[in-house]
Write a protein that binds this ligand. Structure first.
Ligand code: ZN
Ligand code: ZN
Ligand code: ZN
Length: 325
């Protein structure tokens, strides 16, 4: 069998459409290999799967809506309760229940709103502050029971793995670092932290927004080495390992994530995404990663561990910044 020439190898590096030459980048946080191979002709959304529209009867059948409390397992706690509220009755703002079909011993669901809200982008900042409070409360319970690690994530849209359209997050208790976080931990040590370096050197065109608080600054940026179109990175400027140690900064990060979702949905239409917290107990630099699911991860991504991103990060930032909110 003939060997391909070097020219063909360059041409064939995961590019299916015509566009500028692909370039290979390495994500400094994870070491992940990403080929940025923009296509001129197609926008990512043009072959992505949009968020499912609301189905008829969806609200009536939704166990997360206020008034349907008996359809979930008994609640663990709720925040923003009305005075004299009893558990599993209306009158809450954020409600925490066990996952009905847990894959882990402890897997909690945080319901973000009492009304049927389908996107994180529709949730107001003061409500997201309660969500951050619920995450912190769950963390304190996990630590008290001898669990050292908590993995918090949001799946939005069926194509991102959400089984319920009503906006919610999930927190899984772990007694070890998850493998993805274990890969990042040695790269994010104080003094040689790849995230501190990334934020320090960040191309200003990639930064979309930031929040300044007394406790520090949190920023929202398009990841310069994202594995997927419009991948977003949200992180405090200061080198802080534990997001659960400061609810205000975590609330600001969730508010910035919601802004990112609003910009994404304005640019591409309602889009499924996964968001997660990479948190570190001892040393590390916490951050949120938001991966829109406009493309499908296939053989090259899952099998080779090489991710092909068809949208240049600076082009993604231009489109997200250009959206009117
Ligand atoms: Zn609902
Ligand atoms: Zn750092
Ligand atoms: Zn990470």
């Amino acid at each position: 069998m003939a060997r391909s020439s070097p020219r063909e190898e360059t041409k064939g590096a995961g590019v299916e459409g015509r566009g500028p030459n692909p370039r290979i980048v390495s994500d400094p946080l994870s070491g992940r290999e990403v080929i940025v191979a923009p296509r001129r002709a197609k926008r990512p959304g043009s072959y992505g799967v949009p968020l499912q529209p609301e189905a008829s009867g969806e609200v009536e059948a939704c166990p997360f809506c206020e008034g349907h409390e008996r359809e979930t397992p008994p609640e663990l706690f709720a925040l923003g309760d009305d005075k004299d509220r009893q558990p599993d009755t209306p009158g809450w703002k954020v409600r925490v229940v066990p996952n009905l079909y847990p894959a882990f011993d402890r897997q909690h669901v945080v319901i973000h709103e009492p009304t049927h809200t389908r996107s994180l982008g529709e949730i107001a900042d003061d409500q997201l502050a309660l969500v951050a409070g619920a995450w912190t409360e769950i963390a304190e319970r996990a630590w008290a029971q001898g669990f050292d690690h908590l993995f918090a994530f949001i799946n939005e849209g069926r194509d991102a793995g959400a089984s319920r359209p009503h906006s919610h997050s999930q927190l899984v208790w772990l007694n070890r670092l998850s493998p993805e976080i274990a890969v990042e931990a040695p790269r994010l040590q104080q003094g040689s932290c790849a995230l501190c370096a990334l934020l320090g050197d960040l191309d200003p065109t990639l930064k979309l927004a930031e929040r300044e608080l007394d406790e520090g600054t949190v920023s929202l940026a398009v990841s310069p080495t994202g594995r997927a179109p419009y991948e977003l990175l949200i992180a405090p400027s200061d080198h802080l390992p534990d997001a659960f140690g400061n609810t205000e900064l975590l609330a600001a990060a969730l508010a910035l994530a919601a802004e990112g979702v609003r910009r994404l949905n304005a640019a591409e239409g309602p889009s499924p995404f996964n968001l997660w917290l990479h948190n570190f107990q001892a040393d590390g630099h916490w951050h949120l990663e938001l991966v829109p699911r406009l493309n499908v991860f296939a053989g090259i991504e899952l099998g080779a561990g090489i991710f092909v991103n068809t949208l240049e990060p600076d082009e993604a930032a231009t489109r997200l910044r250009g959206t009117l909110l």
